[in-house]
Write a protein that binds this ligand. Structure first.
Ligand SMILES: *Cc1c(COP(=O)(O)O)cnc(C)c1O
Length: 401
């Protein structure tokens, strides 16, 4: 590794896919003295958050807030819908659905993985065929991610729902939206999803520490007989909460609630989730245009081959003959940009660019320009200018009609 000049002396930019960049207003809201937790502002903030949460996932189902990261929310879904010996079908499309399934296996759930690839989405026809073969309806639930943060695939959740329906199968559909919520369109009820999981630190722009579960009517029915309930995660007392702090099974995560309240206000001010999704679409399109412009045979390319299944939250970029570790090191050490590393077997053959949450054109173009400079510094094979291609996409979006 050369020891070139370091230009990394302004504000650094971290473009890893979670935790994402936190708005200053959210940070400021979180930095507050601890109040009397039994009355006043924090009670109102909590009520306002719970009133908004169903709409965040597009559901009339019941929202739960978990003090813990996304893995804790995974645990809550398993504990409240399944019993030892139940069977679940995990739809592989990268890393994370399998991780969720592994957690269920620890609780004695029988986990079957429907294998997928690293470069494309779950294939609905394969889901339909597997469920149609389950004539005894042994499979209780289907676990899938909307966006897998390792591969950057975005699965077609309505198509997966349609496959389950076409197989005439009663399994619950449980969807991990940890990476995608607030980045890609998601409509839990319209899409026939029974359980949704998310966390605060990606599209929702809050430092890691709380996560979410939404349960629809079929999931709440499954809860009635779930054998894996634990005292802490149990939905029952949380739903019956007589005092607001029972929603958290104890002391509320006060700074996180204040931060989330502010983040939801920012989303409202932007024009709601429709506007937020549209901004993500444009900025993700700009990133993809840049990567496509850089592409050469044997060099850079987008990991997900089908444009319809590329996530608006993160892009995994294959680097071919270019050493992704060297590129990441140059960008970070000499230029102040931290890229996401390839995970899940990609190793030095890929890097990831997050485009989730609190992001605008100067941040995206700055990141892309820095990557382009890093590629040039390494003498990498690069096609055209990715920055020019990204500016074109953003410029078209900015045209005032
Ligand atoms: C980040 C992520 C997780 C893990 O969330 P933690 O908060 O780290 O537990 C799970 N699933 C997906 C799709 C993710 O992107």
């Amino acid at each position: 590794m050369s020891s070139g000049i370091s230009l990394a002396h302004g504000r650094p930019l971290v473009a890893t896919p979670g935790p994402s960049i936190i708005p200053d207003r959210v940070l400021a809201a979180m930095a507050r003295p601890m109040p009397n937790m039994y009355a006043g502002d924090i009670v109102r903030i909590t009520e306002e958050i719970f009133a908004q949460l169903p709409a965040v996932a597009g559901t009339a189902g019941h929202p739960f807030v978990v003090i813990g990261n996304g893995h804790a929310a995974w645990q809550m879904t398993i504990a409240n819908t399944l019993s030892t010996g139940d069977k679940v079908l995990v739809l592989e499309s990268g890393r994370f659905a399998v991780g969720w399934g592994n957690m269920a296996a620890v609780s004695g759930v029988d986990v079957e993985v429907l294998p997928g690839t690293d470069r494309g989405p779950v294939v609905p026809g394969a889901v339909q065929a597997r469920l149609a073969a389950d004539t005894g309806h042994e499979i209780s639930a289907v676990l899938v991610v909307q966006t897998d943060t390792a591969t950057s695939v975005r699965n077609d959740i309505p198509a997966i729902r349609a496959a389950i329906t076409a197989a005439g199968h009663p399994a619950l559909l449980m969807v991990d939206c940890i990476a995608s919520l607030g980045c890609d369109r998601y409509e839990m009820d319209a899409w026939g999803v029974d359980v949704t999981v998310a966390a605060c630190q990606k599209g929702l722009m809050v430092p890691p520490g709380i996560s979410f579960v939404w349960a629809g009517p079929r999931a709440l029915a499954a809860y009635e007989t779930a054998g894996l309930r634990t005292g802490y995660f149990d939905w029952g007392p949380r739903m019956a909460a007589e005092e607001y702090y029972h929603l958290f099974a104890g002391t509320p995560p006060i700074p996180h609630l204040a931060g989330l309240h502010e983040a939801l206000a920012l989303i409202q001010e932007e024009g709601g989730f429709g506007a937020v999704w549209r901004r993500h679409q444009i900025l993700a399109d700009a990133v993809r245009a840049a990567v496509t412009a850089w592409s050469t045979p044997g060099g850079i390319e987008l990991n997900i081959t089908s444009p319809a299944h590329r996530s608006n939250a993160v892009s995994t970029v294959l680097t071919g003959s270019i050493d992704a570790y060297r590129l990441a090191e140059v960008c970070e050490r000499q230029a102040g940009l931290t890229l996401g590393a390839g995970i899940g077997g990609f190793g030095g053959r890929a890097f990831r660019i997050a485009h989730m949450g609190h992001l605008n054109p100067p941040m995206v173009l700055g990141a892309l320009g820095t990557i382009e400079a890093g590629l040039r510094s390494l003498g990498s094979p690069v096609g055209g200018s990715g920055v020019a291609a990204a500016a074109q996409v953003i410029g078209e979006a900015l045209i005032v009609g």
